[in-house]
Design a binder for this molecule. Structure first.
Ligand code: 5AD
Ligand code: SF4
Length: 432
């Protein structure tokens, strides 16, 4: 989502004929798009402030703008240190703000006007893989999470607009479209016209997937992130049917202990999650699964963590984002005692990482000898790097000298998997 915010900012600035520079010392304007999910990300923005002050001593014209996911309490502090702090939904107002020579304070609109920022066509940072927000905000209020406060209520983009943007990308040779949202499963476009019976047509996420899958062209569809509570049977059937949807799914579990899940305000049990995974694997046997876990949630006992570790081992994930709990201001969990020590959080993270290393490797080993399709994302001398349909990193040795000069970045290639590690595969190009 953060990358997508940056792409929209870049697009607005390019329309104003601003030129981008990789070196902030050369810049007259720096726009920081931040993420508030973890305190470490917020700390990184604080860390930028002294740097800006240094540069301002040399370049007095430098203006700094902060946008993205900014919490109200942080806004107060950052307003003192940035020339301007604006909401993501107000990115469209950037030209006005810049023209008025950076007013110190910008009023925040409390209500989100649909289409006020999501309809800016972004300047995609990648030439073949696009991040496409289909919705913004979150209504779930997991007790540890700041997103519902920073991004406010869920708003879905009109399907027509999404389809139009994707068609354009496909015309421009894009090969991978990531549909983004805090909880894409609750996507709902109610702005559609009536059908012949004068009933309003509601486009939910499975319907949107079907529509995108029917767009002509050779491209992959992926999405993130999902909430288990909204993962319907209709969605599973649709994913299995849509040929362009590629078999990789991130489904955050967060905890494998029912009491912790309840305290997290995640309305499902470990057994329900396990059953959901069973259904998904039955419909798509080759799907690669990743998850998000939080270790050391307030009050999480060793026994409760063991329940997570057991489920984590049982499910055999391909990938996982293991997060150590950190209290976030304004959340319900902030009021609970953060009583799991740093050392114990580190230990729990390590336990899960060790399990993951084994399960990921066992999945990857099964791919050895198989022919897979890879979307190449970079090339360095004799090596190509890319992602498989299952979103596994693949390192490919170019052996044939004639292939060395072929420009393969942004293209699909056929590869024979020759070796497997926990976090990647090795392969050889199949000469066509
Ligand atoms: N502490 C640790 N991890 C968190 N996440 C969200 N909030 C917190 C927090 N306070 C993690 C969740 C989520 C991912 C994006 O970040 O696992 O799925
Ligand atoms: Fe945060 Fe929960 Fe919403 Fe995800 S679903 S963004 S974890 S509140």
């Amino acid at each position: 989502m953060n990358i997508s915010d940056s792409e929209r900012v870049a697009s607005v600035l390019e329309n104003l004929k601003y030129e981008s520079t990789p070196d902030i010392k050369e810049a007259d304007l720096v726009v920081v798009t931040m993420c508030s999910v973890r305190q470490t990300a917020v700390d990184r923005v604080h860390g930028l402030i002294p740097k800006f002050k240094e540069i301002k001593k040399i370049n007095k014209n430098l203006k700094t703008i902060l946008t993205g996911c900014v919490l109200k309490k942080d806004k107060k502090i950052f307003t003192k240190n940035f020339d301007c702090v604006i909401d993501t939904k107000d990115i469209k107002k950037l030209p006005k703000i810049l023209r008025t020579d950076l007013v110190q304070k910008v009023r925040y609109r409390v209500l989100f006007a649909p289409g006020s920022y999501l309809d800016i066509t972004p300047k995609y940072s990648n030439k073949f893989s696009a991040n496409m927000p289909i919705m913004t905000g979150c209504n779930n209020f997991c007790s540890y999470c700041v997103v519902p406060y920073a991004r406010e209520k869920e708003i879905s983009r009109p399907a027509e607009e999404i389809v139009c943007e994707i068609k354009n990308l496909i015309k421009n040779n894009y090969k991978e479209i990531w549909l983004l949202g805090q909880n894409v499963n609750s996507y709902e476009d109610v702005s559609c016209m009536c059908d012949r019976t004068h009933k309003n047509i509601v486009i939910n996420f499975p319907k949107l997937l079907k529509i995108i899958n029917n767009i002509p062209g050779d491209f992959w569809i992926r999405f993130t992130s999902s909430h288990p509570k909204d993962f319907s049977e209709e969605l599973i059937r649709t994913m299995a049917k849509c040929k362009k949807y590629k078999p990789y799914l991130n489904l955050p579990l967060q905890s494998g202990d029912d009491k912790i899940l309840k305290k997290m305000n995640r309305p499902y049990t470990a057994a329900q999650y396990k059953n959901l995974i069973k259904k998904i694997r039955k419909a798509m046997p080759d799907i690669a699964l990743s998850t998000d876990i939080i270790v050391g949630f307030p009050g999480e006992t060793k026994k409760q963590f063991e329940n997570t570790a057991k489920l984590f081992k049982d499910i055999k994930f391909d990938m996982a984002y293991i997060n150590k709990y950190s209290p976030r201001s304004g959340t319900v969990a902030e009021k609970l005692k953060n009583n799991v020590s740093k050392e114990e959080k580190n230990r729990r993270e390590k336990v899960l990482t060790e399990i993951l290393k084994t399960t990921a490797l066992s999945h990857n080993k099964k791919i050895i000898g198989k022919e897979i399709t890879v979307l190449i994302d970079s090339q360095k001398n004799n090596l190509l790097f890319g992602k498989s349909e299952q979103y596994k990193t693949v390192k490919i040795n170019i052996q044939h000298p004639t292939l060395k000069n072929r420009h393969l970045v942004g293209k699909f290639v056929k590869v024979k998997a020759t070796d497997a590690l926990s976090w990647s595969l090795k392969g050889e190009l199949i000469n066509e």
